[in-house]
Design a protein. Structure first.
Length: 163
């Protein structure tokens, strides 16, 4: 049975595609690509059908991550097929929990940086869209740091599941 993770930010062109690419790479490195599916979406549909922001693509490619992406909007019906919905900031967390139709769905929503013990109380990944390229590098660092703990949590959840 496949464990499904979806990363969600605002427009699905900066933070969530970056998190998707990084986590997909971690899953592959761990040899779990047959057991874990990774994708991303946005809380809004402003950029549906568009590629990731060129700055996101550049940063991902410079760090040897896949940058193939097409933006889409998160749909509440997806909760039934997802195991974990990862919000990139507290605004996304609230929006996703409002979309959840059941308590079970709401419990699937978590903040990405909650998986990074070094994050402390600041669990938001800042939106780099209106800033400069260094914001995209900062975003990548936060995503990479949290991906270690997220992978450990997903591995724990996979224990006992049928392969």
């Amino acid at each position: 049975m496949t464990y499904r993770v979806c990363f969600v930010c605002t427009g699905n062109i900066c933070r969530s595609p970056m998190a998707e690419s990084v986590f997909r790479a971690r899953v592959a490195e761990a040899g779990l690509e047959d057991r874990v599916a990774v994708d991303s979406a946005g809380t809004g549909g402003w950029h549906e059908g568009e590629p990731a922001d060129p700055r996101t693509i550049a940063v991902l490619e410079e760090h040897a991550y896949d940058s193939d992406h097409v933006a889409r909007r998160f749909q509440p019906s997806w909760f039934s097929r997802l195991d974990l919905v990862i919000a990139l900031d507290s605004g996304h967390l609230k929006a996703l929990r409002r979309l959840a139709q059941t308590e079970e769905d709401a419990r699937k929503v978590r903040l990405l940086r909650s998986y990074d013990p070094a994050a402390g109380d600041d669990l938001d990944v800042p939106d780099p869209y209106y800033g400069h390229r260094d914001g995209f590098e900062e975003c990548l660092g936060m995503v990479e740091a949290a991906s270690v703990g997220l992978l450990a949590a997903v591995r724990e959840r996979l224990e006992g599941r049928a392969a």
